[in-house]
Design a protein around this ligand. Structure first.
Ligand code: 3EB
Length: 331
């Protein structure tokens, strides 16, 4: 049970509609395998990535309420006492417009946050259709990064505090770029991973503008801490390790997560994040055929009591086959 925590995340069976009416502390209900353009309520966040395991689950976010929800420009949000969830889905039209659509989405997101009582983004998830389409700097992920940097780097010499993030490919048939976030009244503590070059310092070979995110953030509310883990892949230094070896890529990703937890513990000097029943893990898999191997590998490596879900999603580098993220408690 995680009743003392400020954000309570779980995977549940049952329909979206049932969860939206189940209680007054529901901040968000995420549904998988459905276009983000089909949101039926500001708290309902359909995500295009198909779920690979069964039964079908929804991801439920609850927090201390009451919850107010509404729309702001093209963004939909739900706001609790101390946390806000917001989401935006913008039709991409021509693939060549990725940079402009990404910039526009981030501009709306930032202008929303500026007037919000919860102006500090803690984590942002980005789901990008056909993420690896296009070669070299034309690749859609790199174009997405350009648009994000256009909006976020108002003063190019000055790096703002960066939230944790995930950027994953959605099916090529999905018409919209989707971005959703969790924000709070106070900034989180940014944590970088000593095993990895910080993403904003990636060398030029990965694209004209570096990805802008921290490897993780620690959220402290009501005396308890939670760790928001960025999308974590088999990247050591700045290089992909274990090309074409999906199980080893997953093991390397878990080493990265553990190293990140060590660093968070060093910075906070108290509680350490842990993969246990108070958290959740999300596993992104490029090739659905790798699901069984990934599932068995994760069962061998991570405590069985941490709830998890497996989603089909492409990773932002062609040679990455899997990635994980999650939200866990510190104890
Ligand atoms: C990596 O380590 C993997 O562009 O927001 C992970 C998390 C990755 C977030 C982003 C990209 C992003 O570089 C890719």
């Amino acid at each position: 049970m995680n009743g003392h925590m400020s954000l309570r995340v779980s995977y549940q069976e049952g329909s979206v509609g049932q969860w939206l009416t189940a209680a007054d502390d529901v901040l968000a209900v995420f549904e998988f395998g459905r276009s983000p353009l089909e949101s039926t309520d500001p708290r309902h966040v359909p995500v295009a990535l198909p779920q690979l395991d069964s039964p079908p689950l929804v991801e439920l976010w609850r927090c201390d309420g009451p919850i107010k929800s509404g729309t702001w420009d093209l963004l939909r949000f739900a706001q609790g006492d101390q946390l806000t969830m917001g989401h935006i889905a913008l039709d991409l039209g021509q693939p060549s417009s990725m940079r402009d659509v990404s910039r526009h989405a981030y501009e709306v997101l930032q202008s929303y946050l500026q007037q919000s009582p919860h102006p500090w983004p803690l984590k942002i998830w980005n789901y990008i259709p056909a993420i690896n389409q296009g070669s070299g700097d034309e690749e859609l992920y790199r174009q997405f990064c350009l648009g994000r940097a256009d909006a976020v780097l108002i003063d190019p010499g000055d790096l703002p505090p960066l939230p944790a993030a995930t950027a994953i490919g959605a099916p090529a048939s999905e018409p919209a770029l989707q971005i959703y976030f969790l924000s709070g009244a106070l900034p989180g503590l940014d944590v970088e991973n000593p095993r990895q070059v910080s993403a904003w310092r990636y060398p030029r070979q990965y694209g004209p503008r570096s990805p802008l995110f921290s490897r993780g953030t620690i959220l402290t509310l009501n005396g308890s801490r939670q760790f928001l883990i960025s999308g974590t892949a088999s990247v050591v230094g700045h290089q992909t390790h274990h090309e074409n070896q999906v199980a080893n890529q997953l093991r390397e990703s878990l080493r990265n997560v553990n190293s990140l937890f060590d660093e968070g513990h060093r910075l906070m000097g108290d509680a350490r994040a842990r993969l246990d029943g108070n958290g959740i893990l999300k596993v992104y898999i490029r090739n659905p055929g790798d699901y069984e191997l990934i599932r068995r590998t994760l069962e061998a490596e991570a405590p069985e009591d941490i709830p998890r879900i497996y989603l089909q999603g492409d990773i932002c580098r062609e040679n990455l086959l899997t990635e994980i993220d999650g939200i866990v408690a510190c104890a």
